[in-house]
Ligand binder design. Structure first.
Ligand code: ATP
Ligand code: MG
Length: 424
């Protein structure tokens, strides 16, 4: 894509009321636009990153047998009343509500156990129909009381939510362990592998614990106790001597850290299948409740977290797999030599299926282009000047390390093979 055609502009300052680093940098780079607190629009660059995160999540969910669906935001009350999670329950204070013209009350779903469990009654009859793993990447609405963390706490935000329907506890546990590993792969692929811990958290009525995936960052709102050796953590909510003993960790080695919950997996037992009467006929002909689990990740929160954790004082640093483009080709002269060489290089990269943003803007100073390039955080910056064009060379700077190398244009193919990945 040519930067001269990109309608978004970078800016020097973020809005005054924006306090979160992730939103500041993403707004300044033209990735997102703030509608209001906790409500953000994704612009072309931001949507590219979001879609890459979604691609990784889909890829990992499909590997464990997930089937993608898309449930509705608008909800009537019946199913939710049966589980005691409708608007009138003051413990569930996140509902946004509205009304039909005939006064029927509706809510905008903040999660989807109820409608999906009810829907599955039409499809699950016997043990032959189980297990099954529907999931979606869908917009959730939550009337969060504090929304000051940019993309990390939205009032309208995307969630990947998968729900498991299993015959019994044993089948459920096997899947639960599988998806735990899928989650770890997802966090690794988006660049948060080293800073994300499987964290023991409160489990609800059907299991002792749920598992959260907590990424260490001072921008998070949670506190965890990390056991570095075992690579696990305990959420402060359940940090008691009893739990420490139960998990066999040594209290003296635990380190307190601030973190953000990027994912959460839950064993639900038969809480929802009992309430909504989702049963199946087992091998011996009995009618028994389906055993369920739910598994959430926020793609937007993940994007915000990557910015919090990996950016530096110059701007964003995207890991390759979720960067909006792999290469930022920056032309710093409008004269014939640089212009022709850069245009040719741009075409060549495109023909090789490399995602490239070409800063072809005329009459913009080199310093400004470089500052924009650092802010945008694309993994490799290719510079083309008159001098480099004449010498048949390209200057390449790696955004993360700042390392600069100069290669001959003839060696481009070999360089790409080593550094840019082709698979789409
Ligand atoms: P928190 O405790 O941070 O409010 P939660 O426990 O209420 O989160 P879940 O219901 O477990 O969140 O949602 C599953 C996942 O969806 C979370 O792990 C997180 O990645 C994402 N998520 C939850 N709330 C938000 C939000 N307000 N904005 C963006 N992502 C969110
Ligand atoms: Mg949670």
């Amino acid at each position: 894509m040519k930067q001269s055609q990109l309608f978004t502009k970078t800016r020097k300052e973020a809005p005054k009321d924006e306090v979160a680093k992730n939103a500041e940098l993403l707004i300044r780079g033209g990735y997102i636009h703030k509608e209001m607190a906790g409500v953000y629009t994704y612009l072309p660059l931001g949507l590219r990153v979001l879609e890459k995160i979604n691609f990784i999540i889909r890829n990992e969910m499909n590997k464990v047998g997930g089937q993608e669906i898309l449930l509705t935001s608008l909800q009537e009350k019946d199913a939710w009343e049966k589980t005691n999670r409708w608007v009138t329950n003051p413990d569930v204070d996140v509902w946004f509500t509205t009304k039909l013209k005939n006064e029927t009350e509706l809510g905008l779903a903040f999660t989807h156990e109820e409608p999906l469990t009810r829907l599955m009654k039409e499809h699950i009859r016997s043990y032959r129909d189980l297990p099954v793993y529907p999931y979606q990447i869908q917009t959730k609405f939550r009337n969060e009381s504090r929304a000051k963390s940019g993309l990390m706490r939205g009032r309208e935000f995307l969630m990947k939510d998968l729900y498991s329907f299993s015959k019994d506890e044993a089948e459920h546990s096997t899947f639960y362990e599988n998806i735990k590993n899928s989650y770890l792969s997802i966090f690794k692929r988006v660049g948060l592998g080293n800073t994300t811990y499987v964290t023991f958290a409160s489990g609800g009525s059907f299991s002792k614990y749920s598992h959260e995936f907590q990424t260490v960052t001072s921008a998070g709102e949670d506190v965890i106790y990390v056991d570095e050796k075992k690579g696990i953590a305990i959420n402060k909510e359940v940090y008691t001597d009893e739990v420490i003993a139960d998990l066999g960790v040594d209290k003296d080695t635990l380190i307190e850290k601030e973190s953000v919950e990027v994912g959460n997996i839950f064993s639900l037992g038969t809480r929802f299948s009992d309430a909504l009467e989702l049963t199946y006929v087992n091998e011996t002909g009995e009618n028994v409740p389906v055993v369920m689990g739910s598994y959430g990740i926020g793609p937007g929160r993940l994007m915000g977290t990557v910015v919090e954790v990996l950016s530096d004082d110059k701007g964003i640093v995207w890991p390759k797999e979720i960067a909006p483009f792999t290469i930022h080709l920056v032309r710093i002269s409008d004269k014939d030599g640089a212009l022709k060489t850069a245009d040719t290089l741009y075409k060549e990269l495109i023909s090789k299926n490399i995602e490239v943003l070409y800063d072809d803007r005329a009459e913009v100073r080199a310093g400004e282009k470089f500052a924009d390039s650092d802010l945008l955080g694309i993994p490799y910056r290719f510079v083309m000047s008159d001098k480099l064009a004449e010498a048949g060379q390209i200057e390449i700077k790696e955004r993360q390390s700042g390392k600069i190398e100069i290669i001959s244009q003839n060696d481009l193919g070999a360089w790409l093979k080593q550094n840019a990945h082709y698979e789409k």
